[in-house]
Ligand binder design. Structure first.
Ligand SMILES: C[S@@+](CC[C@H](N)C(=O)[O-])C[C@H]1O[C@@H](n2cnc3c(N)ncnc32)[C@H](O)[C@@H]1O
Length: 260
């Protein structure tokens, strides 16, 4: 008979990539875990913090090529914890923002496995602080909305476009690289000006970070011509006009040097 009281799963947000952005709680969980189950978005810099002897299981998904299906991940977590192991389930960003953390928690709950969330810095916030582009700013944005730019199994992106096309609100689009032409067109058709600034940020907060500033009119074309590769996030709105003015807009290596 398995003793389900011993094992536990920590559903941990690894943040956008910079290991300095991990919470202390995440680091503690990584240091005490018997096994780390991690996603594609977890940066190599963060994986380097996992103690050498700790078992690692890569369940990372490449776009359109799921390495381990979600059901398999759920079963794996249950199986490991049911063996009495302490499992660090490491996810990019925050586990509860487009991270399926709550789906995994629900399966663990149904299986009677102890689990706990450890929040992470979501990539929108990582990208904002890394580039110096605020998500809200008096006079430019009264709020911010996080939306997905991709639907499961490539279903139509049927977002509430009239509501999203608000010039007063910053729109952050996750997983939108494949559909950015469609997204920009729908936002324009629903009333946003084609001159509205857009910023694409790839691999925010990592040494691989890249940025592209364009407008709703030009973002699709400029993305196609650029060398930005996944993961990419879009910040759409007047706040992007502040890019370059903020002191935080400096490349990653300089920031690290500043800590040294
Ligand atoms: C499945 S979602 C996971 C989001 C994650 N849970 C979070 O809170 O950031 C994957 C998307 O997050 C965004 N993303 C994650 N990490 C990123 C990074 N370091 N730089 C830019 N975008 C990132 C991209 O839009 C990517 O397609």
């Amino acid at each position: 008979m398995k003793d389900l009281t011993k094992g536990k799963v920590f559903l941990i947000g690894a943040g956008p990539g910079d290991p300095d952005l991990l919470t202390l709680k995440a680091v503690k969980a990584l240091n005490t875990a018997d096994v780390v189950v991690y996603d594609r978005l977890v940066s190599p810099e963060i994986m380097a913090l996992v103690p050498k002897g700790t078992r690692r299981i890569d369940v990372g998904k490449q776009p359109k090529c799921h390495k381990v299906p979600q059901e398999g991940i759920n079963a794996l977590l249950i199986d490991l914890a049911a063996k009495g192991l302490c499992v660090a389930r490491l996810k990019g960003g925050d586990p509860l923002i487009f991270g399926r953390g709550s789906e995994e928690a629900e399966e663990l709950r149904l299986a009677g496995i102890a689990h706990e969330y450890v929040p992470g810095i979501t990539s929108a916030q990582g990208a904002a602080t890394s580039t110096g582009v605020p998500l809200t700013h008096r006079g430019l944005a009264t709020g911010v909305r996080y939306v997905t730019g991709h639907r499961a199994k490539d279903a139509t992106l049927d977002l509430d476009w009239p509501s999203l096309a608000s010039e007063d609100t910053t729109l952050v689009v996750y997983m939108g690289a494949m559909n950015i032409a469609d997204i920009a067109e729908k936002l324009r058709k629903n009333g946003l000006p084609g001159t509205l600034p857009v910023m694409a940020i790839a691999s925010a907060t990592t040494p691989r970070e890249k940025r592209l500033v364009a407008t709703l009119n030009t973002i699709a074309e400029e993305m196609a011509a650029s060398d930005l590769s996944a993961p990419v996030l879009f910040i759409i709105g007047h706040v992007v006009s502040l890019y370059g003015e903020a002191a935080a807009a400096q490349p990653f290596p300089d920031r690290v040097a500043a800590y040294a």
